[in-house]
Design a protein around this ligand. Structure first.
Ligand code: BEZ
Ligand code: FE
Length: 293
């Protein structure tokens, strides 16, 4: 294999995968090379631009650690995460839509019971969340596990802050289970819009292309139940800013819901609250795992 030129290089690279024993890997690598080369030809990539891209990806790697995942942010802001989510979560129309996972999920969040306050001191207006988990046939899904997580009123998730000893104290995050009829309820705080971390290369890319780093206010859910596809989604706050310009392209109309404002007074858990409080009611519909739309 000699004298490869700009017209023959793509086929030469593809041919180099001939001995790949993994058919899926071969398919993915072949397509990746075809698209990468087509892109370089399309924009007539200069050597300077190629080097800048290498430098950018190097910076994305350097800022990434176990608390900061800049590669996921890059994928999210280029719409790749949402594309992968959408094409792998096609469901019947009555099922709750999935949206982007994001980098702030934590495995093993504290367990709570229905009715508990999961805010654990997080700053924000009180918010009472309730709903039911059902299957696509309308059946209640009892004992489903809900993972819930959200930012505080300053736009930070618990994992972005540490206490004096350097530990993360979980707040506005928790796991709970639906009751036998599929119902759940908990107290947390009002979701607010927040910017994704933008003090690194992804933030610089956003400002270079004239984009803001904001996400509209939302509450994350992951819902797992035997016999159903796991649902990873958010509920967005109706009327909030950025619903039409989410930096990660995650908004679906079906996921927007009203967070009702209430004057100070007695809340659903019987507490007398001296500040305005909010409530959100949202039902989720899971797709049975054996059904593929
Ligand atoms: C989030 O909603 O937590 C999120 C999603 C994508 C990028 C950054 C944050
Ligand atoms: Fe979020």
């Amino acid at each position: 294999m000699r004298n490869i030129n700009e017209d023959t290089i793509t086929q030469a690279v593809i041919a180099s995968f001939a001995n790949c024993g993994n058919p899926r890997l071969r398919t993915v690598m072949t397509s990746l090379v075809q698209h990468l080369h087509a892109f370089a030809r399309d924009v007539h990539l200069t050597e300077d631009e190629w080097f800048k891209a290498i430098k950018f990806l190097t910076e994305v790697g350097h800022i990434t650690d176990d608390k900061r995942q800049e590669f996921i942010l890059l994928s999210d802001t280029l719409g790749l995460s949402m594309l992968v989510t959408s094409q792998n979560n096609r469901k019947p129309a009555n099922c709750t839509e999935a949206t982007v996972f994001g980098p702030f999920y934590v495995e093993g969040a504290p367990f709570y019971s229905n009715g508990d306050d999961i805010s654990n001191g997080a700053k924000g207006a009180p918010c009472y969340v309730s709903g039911q988990v059902r299957g696509a046939g309308g059946e209640a899904v009892g004992n489903a596990q809900l993972d819930v997580w959200q930012s505080d009123e300053d736009g930070f998730y618990d994992v972005q802050n540490q206490d004096e000893a350097g530990n993360v104290v979980h707040s506005a995050r928790g796991r709970l289970r639906t009751d036998a009829e599929g119902f759940f309820n908990f107290r947390s705080i009002l979701a607010e819009a927040y910017p994704i971390p933008h003090d690194g290369p992804v933030g610089r890319m956003l400002s270079a292309v004239g984009r803001h780093p904001w996400r509209p206010a939302h509450l994350h859910f992951m819902i797992e139940a035997p016999g159903y596809q796991t649902l990873i989604t958010h509920v967005f706050r109706d009327g909030g800013q950025y619903l039409d310009s989410d930096v990660v392209f995650g908004v679906r109309s079906s996921l927007i819901s009203e967070w009702k404002r209430h004057e100070p007074g007695v809340a659903p858990d019987g507490r007398d609250i001296s500040v305005p409080w909010y409530s959100l009611e949202y039902d989720f519909v899971l797709n049975p795992s054996e059904v593929h739309a």
